[in-house]
Design a protein around this ligand. Structure first.
Ligand code: HC0
Ligand code: SF4
Length: 574
């Protein structure tokens, strides 16, 4: 432990703690535009300068470790003046477009300018002209608004190991963009949107598709059906002042009805269906000697990464579509038939925590399994929050409503898909039943939960050992894949039977389209919300969802049937 004083308050902190983090522990907020708890600090913006008693220079709190006996001053009129000048200089290079900026109201630079009472900028304005990059369906890059904090580059390189964004150029001319002037669509970008979730300003943001949904609602010819993803329900409340992890499922349904949607379904229903299809595929491979490990494929950024960088693993991928795409295909077939609505008159929308889902809906011709585009538009959690606000809905005072039938009811297994390890746990609950024919009494598999980047566990079912592995955050995947490849190339038994991968740290609860300010603390709270939703569910195993049993009986026949393959499975390409 190290003993320090911050603003004359004595405190004890762990060795290696930065002054920035120590101050936060003392309840003192030092401003910064570049540091983020997910990323290695690099002292780029200079806003976090502090004073150390007895020392002439002003160290940057984010990259300075506390030293024994030191006394730090974090705020005084002189430091305020320095910080104000830094903000003014950044503003002189930043376009004055707050009114039409997607980050207005949540922009960290705007907040600083407001807090420092900046009324005019004393420096000459110098905004670099650069066209927007709108080449992907998921995110928009607006380099003119970039303040060169580097968060997007660090997240793309450190958390995702993708390197789509790089520091291009030197000094004042540095730009954060794909190498060699390429567009994002030509870069290795996997559309995870983590850059947009970490950008403090409006330089990278989700493509806004709210208008597409509103236009469909306005069209009297169209029947608008919306599904909501597992992770949305534990995060959207943050946009209305609720704590991360608060479950607001019933209010989301109610809000969508008031916005004018005709039918409200839940992606969690299809998560249960995915378990039936993927679970059957797994048990089939296990018992008939198919390619193992089976690797989950419901995360579109992970699919994009795999197709681009590890196509040799395609045989390992589950052919089951993601729950979102299954739900879309069923909306325009099973539901359309039941309601006697022509499928071309159905507009199918999805609310997702993810920017990559915007691209998944057109990623392969299999995404048109109904004969139409199965999902017409994807809105992220952030977009839905805006839509609720612009619709004049007081979210917090909404009643809790239910989803519509028959593809709206879900089990606890469906909901935990949103957390890292959740797909694995849901699959094990049903896998146990598929293998043994009896129910697993304990229901939960705590050994696959947690936030370690790679987790492995041995599960014993019916006297057989099942080895499973879970990775989240693409940077954690490489070692795991190499271990699997090595065993394969040496003709050895695979090190695992079943592997779950999610591209974002924490899983979908921390997807690139979730409310801002996601840290591990927030991730853990949202994950706790997912497990609480599971715990309070009456039915907690996918195979026990009565509507799943019904859809097989009425429409899909059996898991893995020809019809199931036609609608619910997909192909991958090199
Ligand atoms: Fe996910 Fe999904 S769990 S990818 O993380 O599998 O986005 O929340 O909707 O499709 O269900 C995201 C979240 C989903 C899908 C589900 C899966
Ligand atoms: Fe990198 Fe993901 Fe952003 Fe693409 S979307 S640039 S992969 S962080």
């Amino acid at each position: 432990k190290i003993h320090i004083k911050i603003n004359q308050i004595p405190m004890e902190v762990e060795k290696g703690t930065s002054v920035l983090v120590a101050a936060k522990k003392a309840g003192i907020h030092i401003p910064t535009l570049c540091a983020h708890p997910d990323l290695t600090p690099w002292g780029a913006c200079g806003l976090c300068v502090v004073k150390v008693e007895g020392m002439p220079k002003l160290p940057r709190a984010c990259v300075t470790e506390v030293s024994e006996g030191a006394s730090y001053i974090t705020h005084d009129p002189e430091l305020n003046k320095i910080r104000r000048t830094i903000v003014e200089m950044i503003l002189s290079n930043h376009p004055n477009e707050c009114l039409t900026c997607g980050r207005s109201g949540s922009c960290e630079l705007q907040t600083l300018a407001a807090n420092f009472s900046i009324r005019e900028v004393p420096f000459e304005s110098n905004v670099t002209e650069h066209p927007k990059d709108e080449s992907t369906l998921s995110i928009v890059l607006d380099p003119r608004k970039c303040i060169k904090c580097g968060r997007c580059v660090l997240v793309c390189q450190q958390l995702q190991d993708v390197w789509a964004l790089e520091f291009i150029g030197r000094g004042d001319h540095t730009e954060m963009m794909p190498a060699a002037g390429a567009l994002l669509s030509e870069s290795p970008c996997i559309k995870c949107g983590q850059c947009s979730a970490h950008c403090p300003v409006g330089a990278i943001y989700e493509r806004d598709d709210t208008k597409k949904l509103l236009d469909a609602i306005l069209d009297p010819e169209l029947h608008v059906a919306v599904q909501i993803a597992p992770a949305v329900r534990v995060a959207i409340g943050e946009a209305f002042g609720l704590e991360p992890g608060t479950i607001t499922t019933g209010k989301i349904y109610a809000a969508l009805r008031r916005i004018g949607v005709d039918a409200i379904f839940d992606t969690n229903f299809s998560a249960d269906l995915t378990i039936m299809e993927e679970g059957t595929e797994f048990v089939d491979r296990l018992t008939k000697g198919g390619v193992l490990p089976l690797i989950t494929s419901c995360c579109p950024s992970w699919v994009d990464y795999m197709e681009k960088y590890c196509a040799d693993m395609i045989p390992n991928f589950s052919t089951a579509k993601s729950p979102m795409m299954m739900q879309g295909a069923l909306t325009k077939t099973y539901y359309a038939d039941k309601k006697e609505i022509p499928k071309e008159k159905i507009f199918s929308a999805a609310i997702m925590p993810c920017t990559s889902k915007k691209f998944e809906i057109v990623r392969h011709k299999d995404m048109y399994a109904s004969g139409q585009q199965d999902v017409d538009v994807v809105l992220t959690t952030r977009e839905l929050a805006r839509l609720i606000k612009q619709s004049g809905i007081d979210f917090l005072s909404l009643p809790d409503e239910g989803a519509d039938s028959p593809i709206g009811a879900y089990t606890g297994a469906g909901t935990i898909f949103g957390a890292t390890g959740g797909v694995m746990e849901a699959a094990l609950r049903t896998g146990y039943f598929l293998v043994t024919g009896s129910e697993y009494e304990k229901i939960t598999f705590e050994e696959v939960r947690g936030m370690d980047g790679i987790r492995t566990a041995s599960i014993h079912i019916d006297g057989k050992e099942l080895r499973v592995a879970i990775a989240h955050g693409v940077a954690n995947v490489r070692d795991l894949l190499n271990e699997i490849r090595q065993a394969r190339d040496e003709g050895k038994e695979p090190p695992y039977h079943f592997v779950e991968v999610m591209a974002c740290r924490g899983g979908c609860i921390a997807g690139g389209g979730q409310p801002y300010n996601t840290t591990d603390e927030v991730r853990n709270a949202r994950i706790a919300g997912m497990y609480a939703d599971d715990q309070q569910s009456e039915i907690r195993c996918s195979h026990k969802n009565p509507f799943i049993e019904e859809i097989y009986k009425e429409f899909l026949e059996t898991p893995g049937s020809g019809k199931a393959h036609e609608l619910l499975h997909t192909h991958y390409q090199h």
